[in-house]
Design a protein around this ligand. Structure first.
Ligand code: ZN
Length: 421
């Protein structure tokens, strides 16, 4: 069970010995009704228990109305959230059924699809005077519970599994669906999306928009080394983005990253929703939702963050600092090396957000000020020093440990521990 290498150890929570599981397959369907502006979901989570007997741990940030385990009814109260001390909003669901190590099961869930019970989440956004929908998986690493678990049952970053999702809309004008999965049209506003087994819970890009509210463009490029790539870009008409220029900019970044880091592990397609500033910048596997100001940053993340993926939520600071440094955020300010070290890796496998932390910098903050990740990223030059808990201090020079990390195989998980080897 090498797949459990980065999973948290078993833990007793609320009298339940909770154990990690590995998802084998998610099969789900969303039914979206424009006439009532509502949606419902069914999902089957096929999973295998890890090397310990116990109660399975997973997450879903929707309200479960009914559930079965291997065909036997389970009351929703027996799949409740419990606090694993991962910080605010980082609770996980525990299934109150004792299962034997190594056995495989199917948990089937029904729920109405609404705004995820996750911080700063975005629900289904309907136009006021019509049944036009704007839907976005809207993932985030700056908040807990904003990956796949916002919409579908999921484990955490250390897991990989295939997802097949059917989406059907009724009572609405024509809509389009954009995704980094393989999309098959099954009819008008009716799709099947297949996400590959290599995807982590942070990988999935999915947008639904009314067909007359969005413009799409497709371009082709050939990367250094000969890989042919299709670049599919889209923008909301209200944002007025130049898609030809956007696709060309993405092609340039893909070529530069291929030369600078190596071949992209995601193959021959890259997808982007290009937006006006102020919506939401986020990286996915060979996909992004971003304003132009963050385009280079988000495309770089397809190598660092969604190529080499954080092993746990607490490791996200590393790809963020590295991406910010390598994409040349203006205004980076080196810190005084006599400043105290800053703890970036809390050593908590249940932590689920890129942390904020206290740092001392002469130009941007008073000693002891609380600094947001954004401010730190603008200042980050992440030098890693070893220790019982890994700490980082910010220096002007590229650290040797980071140079070592750049030679890591992009298909492998990234954990802070690895950079110390
Ligand atoms: Zn980033």
């Amino acid at each position: 069970m090498s797949g459990f290498r980065h999973a948290p150890p078993p833990r007793a929570v609320a009298g339940l010995l909770s154990v990690p599981v590995m998802i084998d397959q998610i099969t789900a369907a969303f039914q979206i009704d424009g006439s009532t502006k509502s949606a419902s979901a069914t999902a089957q989570m096929a999973f295998t228990v890890g090397p310990h007997d116990g109660h399975p741990v997973f997450d879903l940030r929707q309200t479960i109305s009914s559930a079965t385990l291997d065909g036997v009814s389970v009351p929703p109260a027996g799949i409740a959230h419990h606090d694993f001390d991962g910080g605010p909003d980082a609770q996980m669901r525990v299934l109150e059924r004792w299962l034997t190590a190594g056995t495989s099961h199917v948990l089937a869930l029904s729920y109405s699809l609404g705004t995820p019970a996750s911080p700063n989440a975005r629900g289904l956004v309907w136009e006021a005077e019509s049944s036009r929908l704007s839907f976005d998986f809207f993932m985030s690493d700056l908040n807990p519970a904003r990956y796949l678990e916002a919409w579908l049952p999921s484990t955490a970053l250390w897991d990989r599994f295939p997802v097949t999702l059917e989406v059907q809309m009724a009572g609405a004008p024509a809509h389009v669906l954009l995704s980094n999965g393989a999309v098959t049209g099954l009819g008008a506003s009716h799709w099947s999306i297949s996400f590959p087994a290599s995807f982590a819970p942070c990988s999935h890009f999915l947008i639904i928009a009314a067909a007359d509210r969005i413009t799409q463009h497709s371009a082709a490029t050939v990367l250094p080394g000969g890989l042919a790539v299709t670049i599919d870009v889209a923008t909301r008409n209200s944002d007025g983005i130049d898609l030809v220029a956007g696709a060309a900019a993405i092609a340039g970044h893909l070529a530069a990253n291929t030369t600078g880091t190596g071949p992209c592990r995601h193959g021959g397609r890259h997808t982007a929703l290009l937006t006006a500033p102020g919506y939401h910048n986020m990286e996915y596997d060979a996909a992004t939702t971003t304003a132009n100001s963050a385009l280079a940053h988000e495309v770089f993340h397809s190598w660092w963050a969604r190529g080499l993926v954080p092993a746990q939520g607490q490791d996200g600071w590393l790809d963020e600092a590295w991406t910010t440094y390598m994409t040349g955020t203006p205004g980076a300010v080196p810190l005084d090396t006599s400043d105290p070290a800053v703890t970036m890796w809390p050593g908590n496998p249940w932590a689920r957000r890129t942390p904020t932390w206290t740092l001392v910098t002469p130009r941007d903050a008073r000693p002891g000020s609380r600094v947001t990740p954004d401010l730190l990223q603008r200042n980050a030059r992440g030098s890693i020093v070893g220790g019982v808990s890994v700490t980082a201090e910010l220096t002007e020079r590229k650290p040797k440990t980071k140079r070592k990390a750049t030679r890591a195989t992009p298909a492998r998980s990234l954990t802070t521990r690895r950079t110390r080897s």
